[in-house]
Ligand binder design. Structure first.
Ligand SMILES: [Mn+2]
Length: 552
């Protein structure tokens, strides 16, 4: 099984958070083909990103709901399955070979129908009374258990009692010589084990006789075989002596006669490991079968598999805060972080690659990694990275933009064969169009939530290029009031940003709105609250909020 590593951007993905995972997963797959790097997204692409994906004809990455550990993530043991008519002896041999003391019993379609354990076999064997009355036994099981040859083939199955004759017809089986065949009738046959010195074809007269087993000591008379064939009686020849033969015959019973088939505890591949832990503790079984969606056992799971497992492998791209990452991240194993945001709340259990650089976009960092490793991105991927840089830096206008971003964008623009300005204006027009959008779509289109010293802070940013700001303000204000009542933020902000770079209008809500007064030296009574020159949430808004909170 190749290791899967999910490359994940943040929630409410923007163009960088879709493009950089795609680009980084591609680079990793080229340079580290040992693992499978899968780009994923945590939400629907916004309008701008959809424009970009369509423009370069790239499919959106797969949506990932959560990274909770599932049964299929565990390195569980291979299945050891046997069919319903497998003999106790073969089952026991498989247990000895594999070291597993329980086996899954499957029907003709491979579905789980029972469990047979070493204990079941031992109990059945010790309690065996020299009869097969629990059900029919396939004759080939008997042949197999005896290492025998099928000399005369007749009925394929046997049900009834086992008798032994030796030394001139003295019966030593359960029912004694004089009562040989006494159990016959009532649908039960007789299987006769023949030892040294028996008296010839007259054994064929035993009432109810269906199977004759000739042991090592028994002479074979040709007329016996001929007569047996004529009467439809099976004859098996075994190299074993009479004692060994008697012992082995009872091991030919199929596991279907002794298996447990009610209330089997099994798990499906999709189940979350958290949900199965309790069940595993409640039932003290050593192993539990793992079933595929057709109910076929594909493996088996023990407690140690759960204990050993470290979680789904993830690379976080364009974020490093739990609150912005995928659900279940606390169960995952973070193997790398590639980001350009403030360092937040994530802890790892081991050292990891953590590249965090104050550049305009994660795509710029990814581009540098391409250059370092001597890989040229294919045209569509170069196009996506270019779009991410232009999007994050507002076409180089944002104060977050660095010379590295500009250099990377020019390089990528050449590979992608697009004109930067023309492409940027097409992309922003597609992205800022609010037509037909609900308030929630507008507000959550670019929304980031952080925990800052235990305060819940959410900041949304909306670009107001070509938009009627007054009506937008009114719609979103009402929406924010509902959201605040619902979720109780300590601080909930909306930046209505003029993309040309003049600044942002701020809408403020939350339990502690006065943080904004201290952060920006403004009064909340001013409405609208306009911050000239402020267009970057990351560089101009969040740092001041954090400072204001930290000096409270
Ligand atoms: Mn970014």
């Amino acid at each position: 099984m190749t290791t899967r590593i999910y490359v994940i951007g943040h929630r409410n993905p923007d163009t960088d958070s879709i493009a950089s995972p795609i680009a980084y997963a591609h680079l990793k797959n080229v340079t580290e083909p040992g693992a499978e790097h899968i780009p994923v997204r945590l939400g629907p692409p916004n309008r701008e990103t959809r424009f970009v994906l369509d423009y370069f004809r790239v499919e959106a990455p797969m949506l990932l709901e959560n990274v909770y550990t599932q049964v299929k993530d565990l390195m569980f043991d291979e299945a050891t399955n046997v069919s319903l008519d497998t003999s106790m002896r073969s089952a026991w041999e498989l247990m000895a070979q594999t070291g597993f003391k329980s086996l899954s019993v499957v029907d003709g379609r491979g579905k789980l129908v029972g469990i047979v354990t070493l204990g079941d076999i031992a109990e059945a064997y010790l309690a065996s009374s020299g009869s097969f009355l629990r059900g029919k036994v396939p004759v080939r099981n008997i042949v197999g258990a005896l290492d025998g040859d099928l000399v005369v083939e007749a009925k394929p199955e046997f049900r009834g009692v086992v008798e032994v004759t030796s030394h001139g017809g003295v019966g030593i089986g359960e029912y004694g010589g004089s009562r040989l065949g006494a159990q016959a009738g009532s649908g039960n046959g007789v299987l006769l084990i023949v030892g040294r010195g028996y008296i010839g074809p007259e054994v064929l007269e035993t009432p109810g006789l269906e199977v004759i087993v000739l042991t090592q000591e028994a002479p074979v008379f040709p007329e016996l075989l001929g007569e047996a064939r004529r009467r439809g009686i099976t004859v098996i020849r075994t190299p074993h002596g009479i004692y060994e033969t008697t012992r082995r015959v009872s091991q030919s019973e199929p596991v279907s006669h002794i298996m447990t088939s009610a209330d089997i505890v099994s798990f499906s591949l999709e189940e979350q490991v958290d949900d199965i832990k309790e069940t595993m503790l409640r039932y003290k079984y050593r192993y539990f079968p793992v079933l595929d969606d057709e109910g076929r056992p594909v493996g088996k799971i023990a407690r140690r598999h759960v204990i050993d497992y470290t979680g789904k492998n993830v690379i976080l791209v364009d974020h490093n805060e739990k609150s912005q990452s995928v659900e279940g991240i606390e169960q995952a194993r973070i193997v790398e972080i590639i980001d350009h945001h403030r360092v937040g709340s994530i802890e790892t259990g081991e050292p990891i690659v953590f590249i965090n650089r104050p550049l305009g976009s994660t795509a710029t960092i990814v581009d540098e990694l391409y250059c370092q490793r001597g890989v040229e991105p294919p045209r569509p991927i170069a196009g996506l990275m270019l779009a991410a840089i232009l999007s994050d830096t507002l076409a180089f206008k944002s104060p977050t933009c660095t010379p590295e971003d500009v250099r990377a964008a020019r390089r990528l623009g050449q590979i992608a064969g697009v004109d930067l300005e023309e492409f940027a204006s097409g992309m922003f027009s597609a992205g800022t169009s609010l037509e037909g959008k609900s308030e929630a779509e507008i507000f959550f289109g670019d929304f980031k939530e952080s925990r800052i010293r235990n305060l819940r802070v959410g900041v949304s940013q909306v670009n107001t290029y070509h938009t009627d700001v007054a009506s937008l303000r009114k719609r979103l204000k009402e929406f924010m009031e509902h959201l605040q009542a619902d979720r109780g933020y300590d601080l909930l902000l909306l930046m209505l940003t003029d993309i040309i770079g003049e600044g942002s209008e701020l809408l403020v809500m939350g339990n502690q709105p006065e943080i904004v007064e201290r952060a920006f030296g403004v009064s909340l009574k001013d409405e609208p609250l306009f911050l000239p020159g402020v267009i970057s949430r990351k560089k101009q808004v969040l740092p001041r909020i954090i400072r204001a909170i930290n000096t409270m």
